[in-house]
Design a protein around this ligand. Structure first.
Ligand code: AMP
Ligand code: MG
Length: 504
């Protein structure tokens, strides 16, 4: 299969992980394989369809050079601190791709680990297909994300509210270092009683040992250009802040609601991770929440930047002892860094909105222009994705209502006239602006009702056809050939999905 494993994470202090093999499954059968990703990683896509690969990706067989571990981490879940860790995932190792990239190869749903608490270590087919579809949709949209290489059905049942077919997902990630991993390291350094690690810190020992080891590792792996600087830990914090600000603005570009932005679900690499109750918004509403357990709207669409900043403040806290030997100075450095987040996020968001509107240069009224369109969308219940995509149609310049009946609304017409004037004031033709807009406003997103229908076909009748067809559209979401696609249809009232559930 051409695996080229190296396991640098397992060279961190032992308290960061547990060596544990996946638990074999009854009869692993490959359900989906991501051939383009296999090619990208220098893997043999043919061999990955063979019997050995099914055994390996089902967790029954260790590939050469693989040394499975479960990673320890902590996290604030809905604001409450908990010790966590991979409770149903195994890092098989880091694969070194021919282009020099190092990626984690992780099985999810592969059996219990020392961090499982009361969980069974398993995953159901539906949620694993869901993660596959949505993570690949995000990649197709050009948004940093963990990827999905394969889904293998286990031939076993998992018991949730009902008996469901089990599956194992192969997740590919820049790494699985989370804000929660730093919280775990800081807990070790603080001498916190971590199960199985009671004597990780002995009295008189270096009280920054674990955090420093993890920060140095993260710098080498994701920010090598900063790794030698005297100010590297402050630079690390700053760099993560910027990647997260950009990421959240990018989510909002496509109407994505992550749904469970706990600190254990935020990466240091800046990749989107953990596709549990996430979903794409249909009609525009900043208060959109899908997750069944998010009753307060903590992780609502328009709250994501604020929560991102809160999570990053938790990261900053863990880095305090590394930022400066004087506690007060360290705190000032951290506060300044966190204080920069809103400005960074706004800059990214305004750039996103200018791109969505085809604006090539900056004018003082641009923010208001974007906000007014959003207000119109909210007032009229307009579809977020289709409003922007329909604006990209060449005929929409002269006669918008011929593209989208809702554009006949007088409120929209007034906005449209201002937008046209704005386009006329900038260099370049309106056609060139529309061209650029089509590269940032997707025709197709992973609409929940289509995702749910595809999962139902797979789980209830074993029919992978709808999932494969949907995936085909999601991997090229800006393609003009999709402008008339059925996947652009918003849900009919009876098709609306109001709630999504954590990936169980
Ligand atoms: P998540 O909500 O997916 O971010 O998961 C939170 C924590 O619960 C992580 O530590 C997971 O590994 C763990 N977890 C979720 N489902 C299971 C399961 N079925 N068995 C064991 N641990 C689980
Ligand atoms: Mg998680």
């Amino acid at each position: 299969m051409r695996w080229n494993f190296d396991n640098s994470y397992a060279r961190l202090p032992e308290a960061f992980f547990a060596r544990v093999d996946p638990t074999p499954v009854h009869s692993p059968v490959l359900v989906l394989l991501n051939r383009p990703l296999a090619d990208e990683l220098g893997l043999d896509a043919e061999a990955l369809q063979g019997p050995d690969a099914q055994q390996m990706l089902g967790g029954n067989l260790q590939g050469p050079g693989s040394a499975p571990i479960a990673q320890a981490y902590a996290g604030h879940q809905f604001g409450h601190f908990t010790l966590l860790g991979d409770g149903r995932a195994h890092l098989l190792g880091e694969h070194l791709a021919p282009d020099g990239r190092r990626v984690d190869i992780q099985l999810k749903g592969s059996g219990p680990t020392p961090y499982s608490r009361r969980g069974d270590g398993r995953a159901a087919l539906g949620p694993m297909l869901r993660e596959y579809l949505i993570s690949e949709a995000m990649h197709g949209l050009g948004i940093p994300t963990t990827r999905s290489l394969a889904v293998v059905a286990t031939g076993e049942r998992v018991f949730r509210e009902e008996a469901l077919p089990g599956a194992v997902l192969t997740r590919v990630a820049g790494s699985h270092i989370r804000v929660g991993t730093f919280q775990y390291a800081a807990a070790l350094d603080a001498g916190m009683d971590v199960p199985g690690q009671k004597r990780a810190r002995t009295d008189g020992a270096d009280t920054t040992r674990f955090t420093r080891a993890l920060a140095d590792y993260t710098l080498r792996r994701h920010y090598p250009e900063l790794a030698e600087r005297p100010t590297r830990y402050a630079n690390l914090l700053d760099a993560v802040i910027d990647r997260q600000a950009a990421l959240i603005a990018n989510w909002m570009r496509v109407g994505f609601v992550h749904g469970v932005m706990n600190t254990d679900n935020m990466t240091l690499s800046g990749e989107t991770i953990d596709y549990g109750p996430c979903a794409f918004m249909d009609h525009y509403d900043p208060a959109t929440v899908f997750s069944s357990i998010d009753r307060q709207g903590r992780y609502a669409f328009a709250n994501q930047a604020r929560i991102g900043q809160w999570n990053l403040a938790r990261l900053a806290e863990t880095l305090l002892p590394l930022l400066h030997p004087e506690a007060e100075t360290a705190l000032a450095i951290a506060e300044e860094a966190i204080g920069r987040f809103p400005g960074r996020f706004s800059a990214h968001w305004h750039a996103v909105m200018r791109a969505k509107l085809g604006l090539a240069n900056e004018e003082p009224g641009d923010e208001a222009l974007g906000d007014e369109l959003l207000e119109w969308m909210q007032r009229t219940g307009a579809d977020y994705t289709n409003t922007f995509r329909d604006l990209c149609a060449p005929v929409a310049i002269a006669s918008p209502a011929s593209v989208n009946a809702a554009f006949g609304d007088p409120g929209f017409q007034a906005w449209h006239a201002r937008w046209r004037e704005r386009l006329d004031r900038q260099p370049g033709t309106p056609e060139a602006a529309l061209q650029r807009m089509r590269a940032t406003n997707p025709a197709v997103i992973a609409r929940n009702h289509r995702v749910e229908a595809a999962l139902a076909a797979a789980v209830e009748t074993g029919d992978l056809g709808p999932a494969r067809r949907l995936l085909g559209a999601l991997t090229a979401p800006y393609d003009a050939r999709l402008d008339d696609s059925e996947y652009r249809q918003p849900p009919a009232p009876e098709q609306r999905v109001y709630q999504t559930f954590c990936g169980t």
